[in-house]
Design a protein around this ligand. Structure first.
Ligand SMILES: [Zn+2]
Length: 262
């Protein structure tokens, strides 16, 4: 479990945590530049949201959820990846007219590979499409594409902790393999090394804040390594990152062109 910390400019409350003082210090010294700047600490488990989505992954998920929620009755469709901004997944029936002549139409589940999404979120989409397939396969007449019947199945499965909805309202980050990560690290007055990612446009602002707070060993580098750095929040006006030990720091720096700021 990684702990993630961040500053938040809106919440009034200061949540208790062993590292309070460290954050409070930065908070107080920046009070003149940021109105109502207060501190909150959050920690959560981060999963790797830079997973490489593959057809094998989709197929495995399909098999798992077919057993869990559809009594293994769904026929295996064709799986496809596609790049769509507006559609996260699709269930489609090609050559539906074949059925009239005794042929078999092609059914497909297509999943968009356009965004960076976590596994659970992708699975949510896969199950969404599986409900469409269930309706199609069983010849159920629903009142619309996400009609009463579709919603009733989604509700049943959502009881298991899913969030299957007709449309997703989540804002996803676009997958971009050429993305650059602006990484900072420093040692705080309690002698702990901290690492974070910042918006490159806010680089100087952060450098000033770090110096003002007497952070030492300030180091910066720009990386293209998404597997290492995609799990970091791209900090804008608040700072979120994590404490690391010397060994972890060396791993993060490996292969990077590191610049020590004076
Ligand atoms: Zn749908």
């Amino acid at each position: 479990m990684d702990f993630f910390y961040y500053f938040c400019g809106v919440q009034e409350q200061i949540l208790g945590f062993e590292n309070n003082e460290f954050f409070l210090k930065l908070f107080l010294s920046n009070a003149c530049t940021i109105q109502n700047f207060s501190l909150s600490l959050h920690y959560q488990t981060k999963t790797d949201n830079n997973m490489e989505l593959t057809l094998t992954y989709i197929k495995k998920a399909f098999i798992k959820y077919n057993a869990m929620y559809f009594n293994n009755e769904l026929k295996t469709p064709l799986f496809e990846l596609f790049k769509s901004k507006t559609t996260l997944g699709q269930f489609c029936v090609q050559n539906a007219h074949y059925a009239r002549f005794g042929g078999v139409p092609t059914i497909k589940i297509r999943i968009s590979n356009y965004y960076n999404r976590e596994e659970r979120d992708i699975d949510n989409t896969i199950i969404h499409e599986m409900i469409h397939q269930w309706i199609h396969q069983n010849g159920i007449k629903d009142n619309s594409s996400h009609g009463k019947y579709w919603l009733s199945v989604a509700r049943r499965i959502n009881k298991d902790g899913w969030d299957i909805q007709p449309k997703s309202t989540t804002h996803y980050e676009v997958k971009n393999t050429n993305k650059e990560y602006c990484i900072f690290s420093f040692i705080d007055p309690a002698n702990r090394r901290f690492i974070c990612r910042v918006n490159p446009k806010k680089k100087q602002w952060f450098v000033n804040a770090f110096k003002f707070n007497n952070f030492t060993n300030i180091v910066q580098f720009t990386s293209k390594n998404s597997s290492k750095f995609d799990c970091f929040v791209n900090c804008q006006s608040s700072l979120r990152g994590k404490y690391i030990n010397q060994k972890q720091w060396e791993d993060y720096c490996m292969g990077e062109r590191v610049e020590v700021l004076k």
